[in-house]
Design a binder for this molecule. Structure first.
Ligand code: ADP
Ligand code: MG
Length: 693
């Protein structure tokens, strides 16, 4: 019987027991197919030996020699130092960790072949913890006939084990085990390497392979694999779109009267760009196919009003509409805006977050269920089982980069319970470069607000070393005494909200001491929601001069009188995040400043990144640069969204493949449904979100 690699668990291989199986599972490697798609990220050259005279610091080398001397250095943690010699020179091998047996095996006179990276040591060139093999006199060891792959690993699996595993899987493949080459139908039209050829090459490149290309991940054999993965994602998203659009959504006709009333009370006229996207949305929601639209608009471009007018149209047609935001502060801001706009029109806006408890919660839930709540605003609490909409027609998700795909679909299913599917609008202020957006959000139509409301003043951005902090404190004081307000953003502490809140508290105390004449406020994630609201409200009303905050103010907060934004340790933040933060100022009539404080020493790249902030205010330029400097993962926040989570391809590195991917996807979708199924099953197994709709 032929072995099907996608159905064969790794534990049929030699050396794989329960322990290794579970370690592999940690890296989502369950089958031999998974193992073969676990690709090396680096290659070492062990295809030839270097004589010791030619060894240079920084090189990775394979060398041979005889141990000339061996000793343990003095000190509490002695290291084992062996001197290896060949006919041309010598080198030091240094072991920080070693045991008695190893010492015996490395005795004087022993012949060794060693592999490792050479560096400058105290006594000349050395290799720390080389891999080594013992030489038997009279018997020469072969050199490798391919480059040595280095695999991304997990604690507990050595490179030796990875190579042994992939050796076995590759051998099975060579012996005819089945791994469907789903791109075969494309071979005539686009000349592509075969799948098994590509896998053999990428796992065991021949000595003459272009190592630079391989390292950069752009070798044609690697690209063959990346192409397949990108294609699978494209197909998955197209299927998702088709599935969603085969459902029924309520047709939402014009709501002229309410719209006129709404616009009459706005203190401004819509911009041309707002009008344009609004008409795109209206055209969508007037049809019975569910809208699936991404609305991009830079910080401050006025997405909220567009959202409100869309929500209003659903309500005017007798349905409910909802808007969900990723943070409590942002959701509250929407709640306060929408209440202010909609209450005079006789509409009821309901508020739901995880912090709404007991009686208030019960009342809100029943208002949502019986339809007396027209517009529902909330955080992801809207997704909880207890929330039952009477008839949800439109769902708007603000700043969706912070939500998981699963969450989005969960809310959609709530609509489904009533036999129809709500229209969906996803709003984001993270400007995504066009090609990237077309691929990652291939299932969505795109609208862009490409113009800011009139009258915005440019923001002056200053990049300063932290050592100038006191000067900035003085500057803040001067401005605040003139009636201005300031944000003071504390360092981002990766993965620890608690530490971040502590840091903010410390800064708050310090600034309170330094600025006794000013009123300082503190907002961070650990505050009770009531306290947070109070602080934000006090800041908005001008009762607080300086708001010390963690990045919680990043999204949505709108306080026009605030014209100073100080960001500490700006080098730790992504450009898009800095852009969001900076967008909190420059909303009023006075000149605004954004000060980016950094900790020295600052790397060149870090400096370049901050300099981008200084040189432009355009979110799109910033996004392009961010993409170039950091890669797509950060920009898309894929860690959170799961969408676009790629195993081997990269939207940045492989962006040149995207047009090809689009063409292929079109051909396959119309002519090869089974191939589409197979590709989706292979690459999106965990991304059931795409397929199961
Ligand atoms: P974002 O797109 O970042 O969510 P907001 O919707 O919060 O932006 O709008 C930012 C600010 O611009 C708000 O104070 C809003 O009232 C104001 N605004 C929105 N549209 C216009 C407009 N057409 N003219 C003037 N001001 C506007
Ligand atoms: Mg907003």
């Amino acid at each position: 019987m032929t072995t099907e690699l996608d159905k064969t668990p790794c534990d049929i291989l030699h050396g794989v027991g329960p322990k290794l199986s579970s370690l592999l599972a940690k890296r989502c490697i369950y089958t031999l197919q998974d193992l073969l798609f676990h690709l090396p990220f680096r290659y070492l050259d062990r295809t030839h030996l270097t004589v010791l005279r030619d060894v240079r610091a920084g090189d990775y080398v394979a060398i041979e020699g005889i141990i000339e001397s061996h000793r343990v250095s003095r000190g509490p943690k002695g290291s084992l130092i062996c001197e290896l010699k060949d006919a041309s020179g010598y080198i030091i091998l240094r072991f920080f960790h070693f045991n008695a047996e190893q010492m015996r095996h490395l005795s004087v006179g022993t012949g060794l072949r060693c592999f490792g990276e050479v560096r400058h040591g105290y006594q000349g060139l050395e290799i720390i913890h080389p891999e080594y093999l013992h030489l038997t006199p009279g018997r020469a060891l072969d050199v490798d006939d391919h480059l040595t792959p280095i695999y991304p690993s997990t604690e507990g699996i050595s490179q030796f084990q990875w190579r042994r595993l992939s050796d076995q899987a590759l051998a099975l493949l060579a012996q005819g085990a089945v791994l469907g080459d789903h791109l075969l139908p494309m071979h005539d039209k686009f000349s592509l390497p075969y799948l098994s050829e590509a896998l053999h090459y990428v796992h065991r490149p021949p000595p003459n392979a272009d190592r630079l290309q391989l390292l950069a991940g752009v070798h044609p054999m690697q690209q063959r694999l990346a192409l397949e993965e990108l294609l699978a994602h494209q197909l998955g998203l197209s299927r998702l779109r088709r599935a969603l659009q085969s459902m029924q959504a309520p047709k939402l006709g014009d709501a002229e009267k309410l719209t006129q009333q709404f616009l009459a009370q706005l203190p401004f006229a819509l911009t041309r760009a707002q009008e344009k996207v609004l008409s795109e949305i209206r055209a969508d929601i007037s049809r019975s196919e569910p809208m699936l639209r991404l609305l991009q608009g830079d910080v401050g471009s006025g997405k909220t009003v567009v959202a409100a007018l869309s929500l209003l149209q659903a309500v005017a047609n007798g349905y409910q509409s909802a808007i969900m935001a990723p943070t409590e502060i942002l959701a509250e801001q929407h709640y306060s805006n929408l209440t202010q706009w909609f209450t005079p029109l006789g509409l009821t806006v309901a508020w739901l977050s995880g912090k709404v408890k007991a009686k208030a919660r019960r009342e809100t839930l029943s208002a949502i269920q019986d339809g007396s709540a027209h517009i529902i605003v909330g955080t992801h609490a809207l997704l909880q089982e207890a929330v039952q909409f009477k008839h949800l027609a439109l769902l708007i998700i603000d700043e969706q980069h912070r939500f998981g795909v699963d969450q989005r679909l969960a809310l959609r299913e709530k609509g489904l319970q009533q036999d129809y599917n709500p229209h969906q609008l996803i709003m984001t202020a993270t400007p995504i470069p066009r090609t990237l957006a077309m691929s990652v959000y291939a299932h969505l139509d795109h609208s862009v607000i490409d113009e800011l409301p009139p009258g915005r003043k440019p923001i002056q951005t200053i990049v300063l070393s932290n050592s100038k902090r006191d000067t900035i404190v003085t500057r803040v004081e001067e401005q605040c005494l003139l009636g201005k307000q300031a944000y003071w953003i504390c360092p981002l502490i990766e993965d620890s909200e608690k530490l971040q809140c502590e840091a903010a508290t410390k800064t708050y105390e310090q600034l309170s001491l330094q600025l006794p004449h000013l009123k300082i406020g503190l907002a961070h994630g650990a505050l009770a929601s009531k306290d947070k609201t109070e602080v934000m409200q006090a800041f908005k009303n001008g009762h607080i001069n300086v708001l010390v905050a963690t990045t919680v103010v990043e999204v949505g907060v709108d306080v026009p009188n605030a014209c100073l934004m100080i960001i500490e340790n700006a080098e730790r933040m992504g450009l898009s995040q800095l852009h969001q933060l900076r967008g909190r100022v420059g909303r009023g009539s006075s000149e605004s400043f954004c000060v980016l404080l950094y900790q020295v020493p600052l790397s060149d790249t870090a400096y370049q990144r901050l300099d981008v902030m200084r040189s432009t205010e355009s979110g799109f330029i910033i996004a392009e640069k961010d993409l170039a400097l950091r890669g797509s993962g950060e920009l898309l926040g894929t860690r959170q969204t799961g969408i676009g989570r790629l195993r081997i391809a990269s939207y940045t590195r492989d962006s040149a493949l995207l047009p090809l991917v689009k063409d292929m996807a079109q051909i396959l979708l119309s002519t090869q449904p089974l191939v589409c199924d197979a590709l989706i099953a292979r690459w999106l197994a965990e991304g059931l979100d795409y397929g199961q709709v």
